[in-house]
Design a protein around this ligand. Structure first.
Ligand SMILES: C[S@@+](CC[C@H](N)C(=O)[O-])C[C@H]1O[C@@H](n2cnc3c(N)ncnc32)[C@H](O)[C@@H]1O
Length: 255
């Protein structure tokens, strides 16, 4: 079977909806809406599990860490994954429902309800994870600068972001397929779907180009060491043809 995209390959992607910068801020904590889904599906049947978890386990298990901070840890998926590779893991999140679900696993990990930007640290971390959080915050550069400040020398920042190509619009015509909105940087409305492909909530995130993420990381003093675009194993799944996520690994090479 031809594993490459051919002219006849049918790619079905959601067309993203962009909001003007002046659009209304969301009231309430939108992560309440997805916490139930995370609790029940994230580690069982979700697309995130299929696309990310084995790859992330492989990448993170290459070395041992003495102190890990998982920023926006959600239900603690990556904290638990790191248990055999680290002596101290802290999961940080601002959503109580997510943290309740994380704590209900009784995994012995310390989960703290605090905004990352407000933490004060004397000791350094040698791994800081930002999985699917930087796209939800407007001032993501501040997060990278703060991460660099509390990172040990040779410490690692591990980021998962939505793939900027997947988040852009495709136009199909008889001559093929064209990407039409890669350079648009805006707040974007997305729909979260369950494993039956039914929409269960709307969520806003910030659509940015890859160079925006990379240049901000470089400006924060981090060096890119690895970039991975996980691929769905099923050739019939759109994520086999277009990356849904990008994993970025950075090293702090300065003292
Ligand atoms: C899409 S979820 C991702 C959860 C988890 N990292 C994962 O990949 O499964 C984003 C999480 O980031 C949390 N979050 C957003 N802003 C935060 C902040 N400033 N500090 C700590 N957590 C934050 C949200 O409450 C939410 O649980």
């Amino acid at each position: 079977m031809n594993k490459h995209i051919s002219d006849t390959t049918k790619i079905e992607l959601e067309i993203p909806v962009f909001e003007t910068p002046a659009c209304q801020a969301l009231t309430g904590n939108v992560f309440d809406l997805i916490s139930d889904y995370y609790h029940h599906q994230r580690e069982h049947s979700s697309l995130n599990k299929i696309l990310l978890d084995d790859t992330i386990r492989q990448l993170l298990s290459k070395r041992k860490y003495s102190r890990v901070l998982d920023v926006g840890c959600g239900i603690g998926t990556y904290c638990r994954m790191l248990k055999s590779y680290s002596s101290e893991i802290i999961g940080l999140d601002t959503n109580n429902k997510m943290l309740d679900f994380a704590r209900s696993r009784k995994d012995g990990i310390l989960y703290i309800n605090q905004d990352f930007l407000t933490i004060e640290e004397d000791r350094k971390y040698d791994l800081i994870i930002f999985s699917l959080i930087l796209d939800h915050v407007e001032n993501f550069q501040t997060y990278l600068v703060k991460a660099r400040e509390i990172l040990s020398c040779k410490g690692k920042v591990f980021c998962v972001i939505p793939n900027p190509v997947k988040d852009s619009c495709f136009q199909h015509d008889e001559f093929g397929c064209m990407l039409t909105s890669y350079f648009i940087e805006a707040r974007q409305k997305k729909y979260r779907r369950n494993e039956k492909n039914q929409i269960f909530c709307e969520i806003f995130s910030f659509k940015r180009t890859l160079s925006t993420y990379l240049n901000a990381s470089i400006a924060a003093g981090l060096s890119l060491t690895n970039i991975v675009e996980p691929r769905h194993p099923d050739i019939n799944h759109p994520a086999h043809h277009v990356p849904y996520f990008t994993i970025l690994e950075f090293l702090n090479e300065r003292r």
